[in-house]
Design a protein around this ligand. Structure first.
Ligand SMILES: NC(=O)c1ccc[n+]([C@@H]2O[C@H](COP(=O)([O-])OP(=O)(O)OC[C@H]3O[C@@H](n4cnc5c(N)ncnc54)[C@H](OP(=O)(O)O)[C@@H]3O)[C@@H](O)[C@H]2O)c1
Length: 374
């Protein structure tokens, strides 16, 4: 497609999509001093993007990459862009950046303080977003530049960061009891990354993955969980044990059944995602056990990485994340026999529509990850 676009969904119905004009295209605006224009090269499309659309208003995603009028919202996605025009001294044409882009053709950025690793975008629409959502990594120059496929990096690295923060939240945020940690939507990339990081943060933890019957073999093949079960089997063999629920699926019936079954033996109930988006309902006040607590990685990251007492410096955080990521890459992602994830490359707005439909109806295969080249 030669015309610049932004792929949008109706804010009140993510199943209805539309292509809207791209306000950051060269024909639409000239650059001010200090700005750079990037061509969006590729981005990953996973269930996480569907959840971004569902929370477009509440978490202000619609404000990050505006399109005209209140009907449509542009969905963001993690991936790569290339500088095609620059009025900023330290960023040159041809440089490649990794970050959070509009699913569209172009993005104009206003780099703040620029380091060898990257910069925060100071554009007003994004200045209030959580820091990790408007940080752009200079991939070619950073320590994360290990030799790996850009498509797998786009698919897994941001969700690995979420898993890393979630493991830290679980490990430092209070008692999990002696029993297992139940992780739903275990076949999702977020859950697999979280399980890998939980194993490092809590070596003695018993990690149980719950998934759809058709995804059992895949989840077992990941090697990230101690035990893998289909939905419906979560109470098997558990009579007196205390459990912690890490809910990535967001399926209200499943969550409520687990709360009913475990009641006070549920030590913590952590809501992470809405992968089963059509089955989500907010928890009822009479739900037995602890009230589900929402975990939101961008927010937790900005609280955890801070100069407050007990906070991590950004150097400590980045070093820990990098070590964990490097281990995940060699142990799971790039293992020589049967690497678990495969990037499926699609192109242009038609490709986004194909990926979007498969994610909405749940027909996407968990070992495949969609990457769209624009
Ligand atoms: N709280 C946070 O800060 C945060 C950050 C990042 C991601 N997340 C959330 O984590 C969740 C997973 O994201 P992801 O990108 O890792 O997912 P993904 O890799 O695309 O997940 C695929 C899996 O999710 C389940 N699933 C996906 N779509 C479904 C549908 N329409 N119907 C039923 N099941 C479906 C299936 O798992 P099973 O068969 O195993 O159920 C499927 O194998 C999302 O809701 C995302 O927003 C939360």
């Amino acid at each position: 497609m030669s015309e610049a676009f932004r792929f949008c969904v109706r804010r009140d119905d993510p199943a209805v999509t539309s292509l809207q004009p791209d306000p950051d295209a060269p024909a639409q605006r000239t650059l001010a001093v200090g700005e750079v224009r990037l061509r969006v090269c590729l981005f990953a499309v996973t269930a996480n993007n569907v959840t971004c659309a569902l929370y477009g208003d509440k978490l202000s995603f619609w404000h990050m990459f505006p399109v005209s009028g209140p009907t449509w919202g542009c969905i963001p996605g993690w991936g790569f862009g290339e500088v095609v025009e620059s009025r900023c001294d330290r960023i040159t044409v041809g440089e490649r950046l990794f970050g959070f882009w509009p699913m569209g053709s172009y993005l104009v950025l206003r780099p703040g303080t620029i380091s060898a690793q990257g910069f925060f975008d100071a554009t007003p629409e994004r200045a209030d977003a959580a820091p990790i959502l408007h940080y752009f990594l200079r991939r070619g120059q950073s320590q994360q530049a290990e030799p790996m496929d850009d498509r797998l990096f786009a698919l897994l690295y941001p969700l690995f960061g979420v898993g890393y923060l979630l493991a830290d939240y679980v490990a430092t945020g209070g008692a999990t009891g002696s029993g297992p940690l139940l992780i739903t939507a275990a076949s999702s990339k977020t859950a697999a990354c979280a399980a890998f990081c939980l194993r490092r943060a809590l070596p003695a933890a018993d990690l149980w993955g719950l998934t759809s019957p058709s995804h059992l073999d895949f989840v077992k093949s990941l090697g990230c969980y101690d035990r893998v079960m289909a939905y419906g089997q979560a109470s098997v063999g558990l009579r007196r044990e205390e459990v912690t629920l890490i809910d990535v699926a967001g399926d209200a019936r499943l969550r409520d059944a687990l709360h009913q079954h475990y009641g006070d033996r549920l030590r913590r109930s952590i809501s992470v995602g809405r992968a089963h988006w059509a089955e989500f309902k907010p928890p009822h006040t009479s739900l037995p056990g602890p009230r589900p607590k929402q975990f939101w990685a961008p927010h937790y990251g900005s609280v955890r990485v801070s100069s407050a007492p007990g906070g991590l410096s950004s150097e400590q955080y980045n070093a820990g994340l990098y070590r964990a990521w490097r281990d995940f890459v060699s142990a799971v992602l790039c293992r020589p026999h049967h690497p678990p994830f495969e990037a499926v490359t699609l192109s242009g707005p038609g490709g986004i529509a194909v990926a979007w439909a498969a994610l909405l109806d749940g027909s996407a295969e968990p070992h495949e990850g969609f990457v769209v080249q624009v």
